[in-house]
Ligand binder design. Structure first.
Ligand code: ZN
Length: 175
């Protein structure tokens, strides 16, 4: 796995003409819209982008991304670890009219002045691939834990080593 940073701005037509592959990391903390959606994140987004001209003469980007995120549990709002990955196919277009001509297998990406902001593109893709709803297993969730411990006998069966809960508390305190 590469540890270089993904360049933020590229000239995608040239990359496609040369069938180049870009691979690199994007610090998750740099992605402001992601932070807005799911809270501050540590670590990196891993990205591979293969630029190409396909048999139909379209300039395309075949991309893959992966990240380990801390997403808020919908029930208790504590962060929980979630691995997110996605694969996508982008068709470069220079206008909205051309975007309409792309087959449904391709997502349009608008190239202006032969430039492309890769950070915007990969952040869009990451946000699109977030799971809609995440929540802990009932045994690990603070909400159900509170409900359980208020019931009779729940603490006895539970024992002291509710470790996923402790780990999450720890993570929460650090962020
Ligand atoms: Zn929870």
């Amino acid at each position: 796995m590469s540890t270089t940073r993904l360049p933020s701005r590229v000239e995608p037509y040239k990359l496609a003409a040369r069938s180049e592959r870009l691979e690199g990391l994007v610090p998750l903390a740099d992605l402001a819209r992601l932070t807005e959606e799911v809270g501050p994140q540590n670590g990196d987004l891993w990205v591979t982008l293969d630029f190409a001209i396909d048999a139909q003469g379209r300039r395309v980007i075949h991309g893959r991304l992966a990240a380990d995120l801390q997403l808020p549990c919908r029930r208790c709002l504590s962060p929980m670890a979630q691995h997110v990955e996605s694969e996508f196919l982008l068709g470069m277009v220079s206008s909205d009219d051309l975007a309409a001509e792309l087959p449904s297998t391709h997502e349009p990406v608008l190239v202006e002045d032969e430039q492309l902001n890769l950070l915007t593109v990969v952040e869009d893709e990451l946000i699109l691939s977030l799971p809609q709803v995440v929540y802990h297993e009932e045994a690990d969730c603070e909400v159900s834990r509170d409900q359980l411990t208020s019931g009779e006998g729940a603490t006895a069966s539970r024992g002291p080593a509710a470790s996923p809960f402790d780990v999450l508390k720890h993570l929460k305190g650090k962020s």
